[in-house]
Design a protein around this ligand. Sequence first.
Ligand SMILES: [Zn+2]
Ligand SMILES: [Zn+2]
Length: 166
Amino acid sequence: MSLLINIKEIQENKSGQVKGQFLISPQELDLPEPKDIWRPLKFDFTCTNAGDLYVLTGKIRSSTAHQCSRCLAPVEIPLEVDVHEEFSRLANQADEDIHCFYGDNIDIAEVLRENVILSLPAKILCSPDCRGLCPHCGADLNQVSCDCKPQSGDPRLAVLEKLISK
Ligand SMILES: [Zn+2]
Ligand SMILES: [Zn+2]
């Protein structure tokens, strides 16, 4: 996997910029399992010669496909990530904020991969007030209401009551 920005044109030119766009497949970024959630990605970028550093800014746009964690309906979530990364040929290994590169090309695949993975939402719902599935009959409570009785009380309390009655 390599996505390269060639900085040869701007390396003698402080505040010189390279701009462009990458169209990237999920395979190119080696995005993790489950593979079927990923969609093609677009990355619009500007790479600026800032003297000691090259500063990469831009925006990743894509979306990811999931299931609602309550009702299992398919949910497509837009993915938009603002990228700001710094690169240097002289980067110290100990400085984790600045990425090292060699030669005339900056390989941005690894930083894009990290930015994308960190932007995944932790909890996925089709809507904030999704009512989910009935735990007894499996009916989708967003669509229908079922006749199952609501569970009496909090199950954790029920355990306590059992203990107390012993
Ligand atoms: Zn839902
Ligand atoms: Zn039910």
